[in-house]
Design a protein around this ligand. Structure first.
Ligand code: ZN
Length: 167
C-alpha cells in the first residue's frame, strides 16, 4: 500500500500536471493507487494524495474500479446543486457538507491514453468532482463556512500538530 499524504502537507495544495506519457510505469502506478484506495476503504484516490502531482484519479463508485487521466469536468446548464457530507482519506475524522452540481459531463483519457467521455450523476459525479478538486489543490475544508470551520478547529489543529511532529 502506498502512503497517503495527509493534511496539511503542501503536496496536497499543488496544481497537478497533465499526463503526457502512457507507459508501463503509469500502469503500475494506477494498479498501486487502486490497491491503496481499496485497502484504505476509499471510493476515490487522486495522485496528489500519494505524493504524485499528476492529473490521475482512480475511483470505484459501486461499479468497479475506474481510471480517469487528465479529467475535464463541465456542468450542464440546468443542473441542480446539492449539499452532501464528504470525507477524505487525506483528512481523517473530518466530514464536511460540500455543495456541488448533481450532474456533470466528463472528458478524460483512459490508462492507454484513449479519449473517453460520459455524463455522470449520483455518487459517481460526486466522487469525480471531489477527486478533480485534489488535482487543483482544493480540499473539502475549503468549502467550510466560518461557523463550520470553528466547529472543526480542534480536529484541524490536531492534524496540523501531527504533521509538524508536535504530538
Ligand atoms: Zn479527498
Amino acid at each position: 500500500m502506498l502512503e497517503i499524504v495527509k493534511y496539511p502537507d503542501p503536496l496536497l495544495r499543488k496544481q497537478s500536471e497533465k499526463v503526457l506519457t502512457y507507459n508501463a510505469n503509469l500502469l503500475e502506478l494506477l494498479e498501486e493507487m487502486t490497491d491503496t484506495m481499496y485497502i484504505a476503504d476509499g471510493v476515490g484516490l487522486a495522485a496528489p494524495q500519494i505524493g504524485v502531482s499528476k492529473q490521475i484519479i482512480v475511483l470505484d463508485a459501486g461499479d468497479g474500479p475506474m481510471v480517469l487521466i487528465n479529467p475535464v469536468v463541465t456542468v450542464p446548464e440546468d443542473t441542480a446543486y446539492a449539499a452532501i457530507e464528504e470525507g477524505c482519506l487525506s483528512l481523517p475524522d473530518i466530514r464536511v457538507d460540500v455543495t456541488r452540481p448533481s450532474r456533470i459531463h466528463l472528458a478524460a483519457r483512459d490508462e492507454k491514453g484513449n479519449p473517453l467521455s460520459f455524463d455522470a450523476d449520483g455518487l459517481l459525479a460526486r466522487v469525480i468532482q471531489h477527486e478533480q478538486d485534489h488535482l487543483n489543490g482544493v480540499l473539502i475544508i475549503d468549502y467550510l463556512s466560518s461557523i463550520q470551520r470553528q466547529l472543526l478547529r480542534s480536529k484541524l489543529r490536531s492534524l496540523e500538530k501531527l504533521y509538524s511532529g508536535a504530538v
